[in-house]
Design a protein around this ligand. Structure first.
Ligand code: NAD
Length: 252
């Protein structure tokens, strides 16, 4: 029997990048995957790739920052399943630019998706997991959450918040049968650079990062493997970091 056979795994932001690779990785190990997030065509592509490979996948469009949309997602999922076994709070957005050039509106948007979205996922899916005393939450943070990131302070702050929240939640749930992991990818080759909000002095950072991405070409499937492993090991905090990315930060 495959390791995640008869398990239900919900992945947010599953229409591209790390979320898609994670959905594929759990499906390949036997899970029924619920691919949630923005962008119905991306979610449909994720679903098609899983079905082509012989796996099972449902899709649910949902904006993780929108409480009513997340309630609707939880209701739809819990009508079909007692609980999810693994919740991967992956949906996230980037923001680049030195602090004084960034706007409070960017702060609010990034925190709404990267932090509030994680909180809402936990709020809505944890009670059913706790009732069964079984389950695992994976929150996607970033190396930016604990290395100095002068060109992305808003993003870094949001990812530090995800790390602090995850570690606190893990301690809270330690006696309730539910594990919590925070995954901290380094720089991974996905759409996120292209979709990152760039303000003020962000252009040179963005050009450098794009170049760095091309040279490193670290695939999202490597992060997906680390996520699956974190669930299997009940790991707390997992850096997934090409060494060169650490060097890039430390040299600055
Ligand atoms: P990506 O842009 O390919 O994926 C992000 C996904 O989140 C997209 O499918 C997008 O549609 C979805 N999304 C965005 N806002 C949403 C919202 N409000 N509601 C629902 N879905 C939403 O980029 P990625 O690199 O795969 O990012 C996945 C996660 O990994 C993010 O949390 C990101 O911060 C984190 N991360 C990425 C890197 C990297 O270098 N790529 C490094 C560290 C952490």
């Amino acid at each position: 029997m495959k390791r995640f056979e008869r398990r239900v795994v919900l992945v947010t932001g599953a229409g591209s990048g790390i979320g898609r690779a994670t959905a594929q990785a759990f499906a390949a190990r036997g899970a029924l995957v619920i691919a949630a997030g923005l962008g119905e065509s991306g979610l449909a592509e994720t679903q098609a790739s899983i079905v082509r490979a012989g796996g099972r996948c449902e899709t649910h469009p949902a904006d993780v920052s929108d409480e009513s949309a997340m309630h609707a997602l939880a209701k739809a999922v819990h009508q079909r399943h007692d609980a999810v076994d693994v919740l991967v709070n992956n949906a996230g957005i980037g923001a680049a630019g030195r602090f004084l050039g960034t706007t409070p509106a960017t702060w609010d948007r990034v925190w709404a998706v990267n932090v509030r979205g994680v909180m809402l996922g936990c709020k809505l899916f944890l009670p059913a997991m706790i009732a069964r005393r079984q389950g695992h939450v994976v929150n996607i943070a970033s190396m930016a959450g604990y290395f100095a990131s002068p060109e992305m302070p808003v993003y870094a702050a949001s990812k530090s918040a995800v790390i602090g929240f995850s570690e606190s939640l893990r301690a809270d749930l330690a006696d309730k049968g539910v594990g919590v992991s925070a995954i901290c990818p380094g720089i991974v080759n996905t759409n996120i650079i292209a979709t990152t909000t760039a303000e003020g002095s962000a252009a040179p950072w963005q050009a450098g990062a794009v170049d760095f991405y091309r040279r490193r070409n670290y695939p999202p499937s490597r992060v997906a493997q680390a996520i699956v492993q974190a669930v299997e090991d009940n790991a707390a905090l997992v850096p997934v970091t090409p060494e060169a990315w650490i060097g890039y930060h430390l040299k600055r």
